[in-house]
Design a protein around this ligand. Structure first.
Ligand code: ADP
Ligand code: MG
Length: 653
């Protein structure tokens, strides 16, 4: 026999050592071996002799510690992990003892996996998978999941998978080890056929019966080659004659990326469907988080809007003078006098009306009904100042004020307490303290004020009557001033301040305008909204951590799947992308449901009378937070998956 062609696989002085505790296991010890195209080689040896280690190194799943290994003259040890992945999927087809099919995919999809990683277009690889399964007698089984197939059938699916990229070399690690003798025979016939077609077949076995099909036999013991018999050139000729199937060219990068993303989305959907309950629970975290953000902010904004509306409805043209130094609340400091109110009315410009106030509370009594009510002694300009009209009867006049008249105007809440519907209170008497007051009017209902107090739960009397006859004091506890022109309200405010300082010789009062109320209320309400938003954001974060947790568990659980994907040609970034997209999918789906739920819950709340104001920002923010949470929290698990060692991943349980 003359000189053979160049070796296809060339191994020299290759060693692979494992440290186990103190001792060093030499799984491969200075092995040298050349394999030529078209050979059918059986590797035999006892369990633990180093067969699988040799196979994994030949298949580029594992790296040697020393020595050299070349595939078609190319030094493998110099390649990085992506180049190895590429070499793997184009050169080698793996067949494992335990089939290693993905149980979340059906037979056809399993066969397509290596082609998918090689970038073959979907229609092409589907045709190819169908054709291969058909030629292996599984035409009817393409849509079956691996668990619905017998061991022999599963191994034939695995063989179809090994062939889908039309590799030069078939590596089979005890392919018949888990099969009955009939199936075992079928598989061996297939191997022979593949070799007859010109493929190089390397077969590991410990059964002589199986090994007899091979033309060349290597025996290994304790990591060393014991014997090597039957190197032949017969197969080589066939291999030469075999026309290499044209490899499809790699697509342009953008198109590939889109196609890959599409594949990853499909794969992710499959994985999520396979664990529906768990997916639903993980989703729930995100859904609640997103919905919470939307509802909370809608409630916060709604309440803010409500307060602002109420303040505006009270009028933005009011100034309020209260006793006490700025920042100190002291309603009963006896400095604010009716004469101050008169001076303001006389000396200051831009004043529409001045309303002195003397408030307090007394027991209201009529017949057998007692009611502890709040009483506001005010000037006759009160309805004008507050833009508030009388429903029945009339408000008291300046004359009533000056003459200390015992007349009262009821708020609608008070009127409802003492008078039944249809009964006219005007002209009736009510006792405030123990003094009978004639009811001369009832105000329109105005509802709650910004602090939630019922404004209709009040009785109004002339302030002089209140001071002299009800509360026995000569000072006011407030002056409300309505200005004529809102534009110059701040000038009016400083004029009043100046005047009162001049009169009191000290600043023992404070003046506020409704704009400052508005500001104050806005800032309180903003704080509330921020607080609610923060609570919601935390729940979104918790949801994100839930996603990470599940993804980490998922990586551990699917280590073997990752190993299989790597063995069939997945690069690190394919694995990375798969897990990242899975996490992102959970969050996108959760985000969409959460937005829907948030709006639904908000609408429901508004039906029950809660003030709700939807704005565009919260849903956008919540949704993008959810998605970035997914990507962020998916990254770590994805990275962990992508950096698994293929051999370790494959051998995991
Ligand atoms: P075979 O496939 O022939 O049964 P292997 O190649 O799997 O044998 O293993 C060869 C030797 O290397 C055995 O002694 C085994 O215990 C050891 N070995 C294999 N893989 C590992 C590993 N990951 N860590 C430690 N020792 C290992
Ligand atoms: Mg083994």
């Amino acid at each position: 026999m003359g000189v053979l062609t160049e070796p296809l696989l060339s191994i020299s002085n290759l060693s692979r050592h494992y440290k186990s505790g103190e001792s060093l296991v030499k799984a491969l010890d200075e092995v040298s071996l050349d394999i030529y195209p078209g050979e059918f080689l059986a590797v035999m040896g006892q369990s633990g002799s180093g067969k699988s280690t040799l196979m994994n190194i030949m298949g580029c799943l594992d790296r040697a510690d020393s020595g050299t290994y070349a595939v078609q003259g190319r030094d493998v040890l110099a390649l990085d992990s992506d180049e190895l992945a590429c070499l793997r999927r184009n050169t080698f087809g793996f067949i494992f003892q335990r089939y290693n099919l993905l149980h979340t995919a059906n037979a056809e999809e399993n066969v397509e996996i290596p082609a998918m990683y090689a970038g073959m277009p979907p229609s092409m690889r589907e045709t190819r998978a169908k054709h291969l399964l058909g030629s292996l007698g599984l035409a009817e089984r393409g849509r079956h999941s691996p668990s619905e197939l017998s061991g022999g059938q599963q191994q034939r699916v695995a063989i179809a998978r090994a062939l889908v990229n039309d590799p030069m070399v078939i590596l089979a690690d005890e392919p018949t080890g888990a099969l009955d003798s009939q199936s075992s025979n079928d598989v061996m016939l297939l191997m022979k056929e593949l070799n007859d077609q010109g493929r190089t077949v390397i077969l590991i076995t410990h059964e002589e019966e199986v090994a007899r099909h091979a033309r060349r036999m290597i025996r290994i013991s304790d990591g060393r080659i014991e014997s090597d018999t039957g190197i032949d050139s017969e197969g080589v000729e066939i291999a030469r004659a075999r026309e290499k199937g044209s490899k499809h060219s790699e697509q342009s990068s953008a198109a590939t990326l889109i196609a890959e993303t599409g594949e990853s989305v499909k794969t992710a959907m499959r994985a999520l469907r396979a664990n529906l309950f768990r997916t639903a629970l993980t989703l729930l975290g995100i859904v609640i988080g997103v919905a919470a953000v939307i509802v909370m902010l809608a409630v916060g904004n709604g309440s803010k809007q409500n307060v602002l509306d109420q303040i505006s409805s009270m009028g933005t043209n009011l100034l309020s003078v209260r006793p006490g130094a700025p920042g100190i609340r002291a309603d009963n400091i006896a400095t604010l006098m009716p004469s101050d109110a008169a001076a303001i009315a006389e000396q200051i410009e831009n004043i529409a009306v001045v309303v002195p106030q003397r408030n307090g509370s007394k027991t209201l009594r009529k017949g057998s009904i007692d009611y502890s009510g709040s009483i506001e002694g005010v000037g006759s300009g009160f309805p004008e100042a507050r833009d508030w009209t009388v429903r029945v009867g009339s408000f008291f006049s300046d004359h009533d004020v000056e003459s200390y008249a015992a007349v009262a105007v009821l708020g609608s809440t008070v009127a409802d307490i003492f008078f039944e519907n249809g009964q006219d209170p005007v002209g009736q008497f009510i006792q405030l303290g123990n003094i009978p007051f004639e009811i001369i009017g009832v105000m329109e209902s105005k509802g709650s004020d910004p602090r939630g107090r019922d404004q209709d739960d009040t009785v109004w009397v002339p302030f002089k009557t209140a001071m002299g006859r009800l509360f026995g004091s000569n000072y006011l506890n407030g002056i409300v001033v309505k200005v004529e022109d809102v534009e110059s309200i701040s000038q009016t405010e400083s004029a009043i301040t100046e005047l009162l300082i001049q009169r009191h010789q000290t600043e023992d009062f404070r003046v506020r305008n409704s704009a400052s109320f508005l500001e104050m209320a806005t800032s309180t309400q903003n704080t509330l909204t921020i607080l609610l938003g923060a609570v919601a954001a935390i729940s979104l974060l918790v949801g994100g951590i839930g996603v990470m947790n599940i993804m980490l568990v998922s990586v551990v659980e699917r280590t073997r799947e990752i190993g299989v994907r790597m063995a069939t040609g997945a690069r690190r970034r394919d694995i990375m992308m798969q897990f990242n997209i899975e996490a992102a999918m959970v969050c996108v789906i959760g985000g969409i449901i959460g937005v829907g739920l948030g709006f639904g819950a908000g609408l429901l709340l508004s039906v029950f009378g809660v003030d709700i104001l939807f704005t565009t920002m919260p849903p956008l923010i919540a949704f993008s937070c959810a998605v970035s949470t997914g990507i962020l929290f998916g990254y770590l698990p994805a990275r962990k998956a992508a950096h698994l060692d293929p051999v370790v991943a494959l051998s995991s349980e």
